[in-house]
Design a protein around this ligand. Structure first.
Ligand code: PMP
Length: 464
């Protein structure tokens, strides 16, 4: 069957029928499909081709999954090798050569102190399954129940599944302020804001009347992804490590999105030098197929056999694709490449922000970049931040799609345009991405009134 269409004269294009049937048959909860009404039929590297024959630069990368882009030859080769070998494709958590190779490759990438004494648990296939496993692990190891987590965090969708299960025993999560420089919860920003967040955490833990018992663990993202591409300052991460270590609280670092070179080092924690007690991993470790694990200090391994189970923990194709991806990133220094190219892209985004007063902030680490769109007509608060402008962000996303660029929105108000390109992109592709984005921002500000009904304005320093 031809994937791209040849349509008889007068008939509606086939991809329109597919999109119409999707909107009639799929749930109202569908997400990406709403803002990206395309029908992908082929993909390679950065590029996706739609059924209508249009080509797109894909900076969503399967929500940050595709470290090597779509259908990288080493990934396809690894998958074919397993298929041709006659190995079982589904095998619960039994030992296999494919799994053995994956574990060896993964352990070779871990921060030294962790890899020497690490245990790995293969979880259900999604990132959220590994997050649940991490919580169960630290609760079992510490005998405590509560958890500490951060404002703006995203760790998955399944906590209610456990809460609703017969064996549910735990609920309490204490929410702590994440150091969000542009919208600092303490109104100071910078290192000072991050330090106040650390002190707040300390005081909750040490004040016997704070109402917060010592938790089973603390979970954080080194760069909040869905929360709006917010990198935590290295000093703050080190403070969190000290605070948790001094109080015997396991630190769980969720590297589901930041892992495998994305932020400029193989694991984002390397930039602060902290060694977590538990690392939560998914997305890129499966080389585009579903795979999730936790890796943790062996002292925490107080689980009984079967304490954390799941049917789909043995996806051999994902393990082979993952091994190939990890090895390719490591051998080709794609983490360093992400750091260099990401810094250049961020500098160019800084220029874009200087030219457009609707861009409040640009930020990121490596090839995890964000552009926060704000209401250009509103007054800035004392720290210089202006209210988010989700309508403008949606208009930028649409204008990007019109120009053949797929971007994701994130952040507290869905006003942060997120770029998560494959680590394999060339300099020219990076330029093409930024050219299209710049063009899309200019087009969107021309056509979108501000949230307060302000008239459309365009470039900084010019009148509308
Ligand atoms: N943790 C982080 C940091 C994530 O970004 C995500 C997904 N975006 C998850 C956990 C959940 O992963 P999944 O969607 O595979 O359950």
């Amino acid at each position: 069957m031809a994937l791209t269409e040849t349509v008889p004269a007068g008939a509606p294009p086939a991809h329109e029928g597919i999109l119409r049937r999707q909107s009639l048959r799929e749930s109202a909860a569908r997400t990406y499909a709403r803002s990206l009404p395309i029908v992908p039929v082929r993909a390679r590297g950065l590029t996706i081709e739609g059924a209508d024959g249009r080509r797109y630069l894909d900076c969503l990368s399967g929500a940050g999954t595709l470290a090597l882009g779509h259908n990288h030859p080493v990934v396809l080769e690894a998958i074919r090798t397993v298929l041709d070998s006659g190995a079982p494709l589904h095998i619960l958590d039994l030992a296999t050569p494919v799994k053995d190779a994956f574990t060896t490759e993964l352990f070779a990438t871990l921060p030294g102190e962790l890899s020497e004494k690490a245990r790995i648990q293969f979880c259900g296939p999604a990132g959220t399954d590994a997050v649940e496993a991490a919580f169960t692990l630290v609760r079992t190891a510490t005998g405590r129940s509560g958890l500490m987590a951060f404002s703006g965090a995203y760790h998955g969708m399944t906590s209610d599944a456990l809460t609703a299960s017969g064996g549910a025993r735990h609920t309490g999560v204490t929410r702590l302020p994440y150091p969000y420089d542009y919208r600092c919860p303490f109104g100071t920003g910078g290192e000072r804001g991050a330090e106040l967040s650390a002190r707040w955490t300390e005081s909750l833990l040490d004040d016997h009347k704070s109402g917060v018992p010592r938790p089973a663990g603390m979970i954080l993202e080194p760069v909040q992804g869905e929360g709006g591409v917010i990198p935590a300052p290295p000093n703050w991460l080190r403070r969190m490590r000290e605070i948790t270590a001094a109080r015997d609280i396991p630190l769980i670092v969720d590297e589901v999105q930041t892992g495998v070179g994305r932020t400029g080092t193989f694991w984002a924690v390397e930039q602060s030098g902290i060694v977590p007690d538990v690392l939560v991993l998914s997305k890129a470790i499966g080389g585009s197929l579903p795979l999730a694990v936790i890796v943790y200090r062996e002292e925490l391994d107080a689980w009984q056999p079967g304490a954390h189970a799941g049917t789909f923990r043995g996806n051999q194709l994902a393990m082979a694709a993952g091994t190939a991806t990890l090895a390719y990133v490591r051998r080709n220094g794609l983490d360093r490449r992400a750091a260099e190219l990401g810094a250049r892209m961020l500098a160019r985004l800084g220029g874009l922000a200087a030219a457009h007063d609707c861009i409040g902030d640009v930020r990121g680490r490596g090839l995890m970049l964000g552009v926060e769109l704000v209401d250009r007509a509103a007054d800035a608060d004392p720290t210089g931040a202006r209210p988010a402008d989700p309508a403008l962000a949606a208009a930028v996303q649409r204008a990007c799609l019109d120009r053949g660029l797929i971007v994701e929105l994130g952040g507290r108000h869905s006003a942060v345009v997120r770029l998560l390109p494959p680590l394999t992109i060339t300099d020219e592709q990076a330029d093409a991405i930024l050219d299209r984005l710049a063009d899309a921002v200019t087009a969107a500000v021309r056509t979108t009134p501000g949230p307060l009904g302000s008239s459309p304005t365009t470039l900084r320093g010019t009148s509308a």
